[in-house]
Design a protein around this ligand. Sequence first.
Ligand SMILES: NC(=O)c1ccc[n+]([C@@H]2O[C@H](COP(=O)([O-])OP(=O)(O)OC[C@H]3O[C@@H](n4cnc5c(N)ncnc54)[C@H](OP(=O)(O)O)[C@@H]3O)[C@@H](O)[C@H]2O)c1
Ligand SMILES: *[C@@H]1O[C@H](CO)[C@@H](O)[C@H](O)[C@H]1NC(C)=O
Ligand SMILES: *[C@@H]1O[C@H](CO)[C@@H](O)[C@H](O)[C@H]1NC(C)=O
Length: 318
Amino acid sequence: MIFLLFIVPLLVAYYIGHRIFVQRKTFTGTANLYGKTVIVTGGNTGIGKATAAAMAMRGARVILACRSKQRGEEAAQEIKMETGNEGVIFMQLDLASQKSIRSFAETFLKTEPRLDLLINNAALAAPGRTEDGIGMILAVNHIGPFLLTNLLLDRLKKCAPSRVVNVSSCGHDLGTIDFDCINSHKRLALGSSDGDLFKAYTHSKLCNVLFTHELAKRLEGTNVTCYSLHPGSVRSELGRDINEWHTRIIKAIVSKFWATDPVSGAQTTLYCSLQEGIEHLSGRYFSDCQLVQVKPEARDDGIAKKLWDVSEKLCGMA
Ligand SMILES: NC(=O)c1ccc[n+]([C@@H]2O[C@H](COP(=O)([O-])OP(=O)(O)OC[C@H]3O[C@@H](n4cnc5c(N)ncnc54)[C@H](OP(=O)(O)O)[C@@H]3O)[C@@H](O)[C@H]2O)c1
Ligand SMILES: *[C@@H]1O[C@H](CO)[C@@H](O)[C@H](O)[C@H]1NC(C)=O
Ligand SMILES: *[C@@H]1O[C@H](CO)[C@@H](O)[C@H](O)[C@H]1NC(C)=O
């Protein structure tokens, strides 16, 4: 009786959580990347590092675009040792600083002849504002990659067929875009409790999906394609700024039962980066190495265009 009352519902909940959150497929493509150059933002840890290592394994020249010199250089060293590929390089990029993004792009364009894949992987869920006066989450998760992508677009076009891949999250499904809040506060949501940070994080991930939608349109006919994706529920450092006790408990339970390792979390990024024959799906969203239809707000032409215009203003491109 007790078994039926407690254990069975627990097992069912575990199974359902697992089906929903955990990545199962492994990307099996054997694309050879010799002579190709890949940028992975936040490539020093978590999903980004696993992605960078997989690219290096396939022979690519890999640029780890990271904010910390020490963490970036250590990761580059480890990936070189692990893959035997000497072409793994750290370049400083702090997505919370538009100055840093511009200087990264300048250095990259000057020193590297090619760009075949740009993987916008870095993200955070932390409070505060950047030196440019923008809410931290809006800046790092959306405006930063927006500016970076735009600064590198000509190089991507020259090296076409090339791709831009945005690591979003299934959390985007809970997000909305509050243009009043963006315009008046340069933030996605107000407040700094864990709940507020989580909200702003889901909004920022919706921005990623909307941008991919708009960018795909702007790239039509260039042979540069773009994709956004959910990596699965992955054990990483992502929750490092989430600190209230009840959210820490939820985090601990989720990561114990419903999360996988970063290598499995990199599979859909690899799929979107390397799978042949998905070019006609440019602008779409993927999860578990499959196309997934997003909610209407996440593929609304008007909202995507409006967000693009606001973003241009916030990074001084307009
Ligand atoms: N883990 C999950 O379950 C999950 C689920 C859905 C979506 N995602 C997405 O997957 C992506 C990777 O996350 P992860 O789980 O691997 O997280 P992670 O372990 O926290 O890695 C995030 C990376 O982003 C970098 N980063 C943060 N702020 C930056 C800045 N201002 N400038 C440059 N780089 C910065 C971090 O650098 P430092 O090491 O210097 O801090 C780190 O390398 C994110 O886009 C996230 O939204 C993750
Ligand atoms: C990725 O997301 C950023 C920020 O949301 C956006 O600026 C960029 O155009 C997007 N790129 C793709 C391929 O979706
Ligand atoms: C895109 O690729 C196709 C097929 O390889 C090619 O015929 C076309 O010229 C390319 N277009 C551009 C703008 O590079």
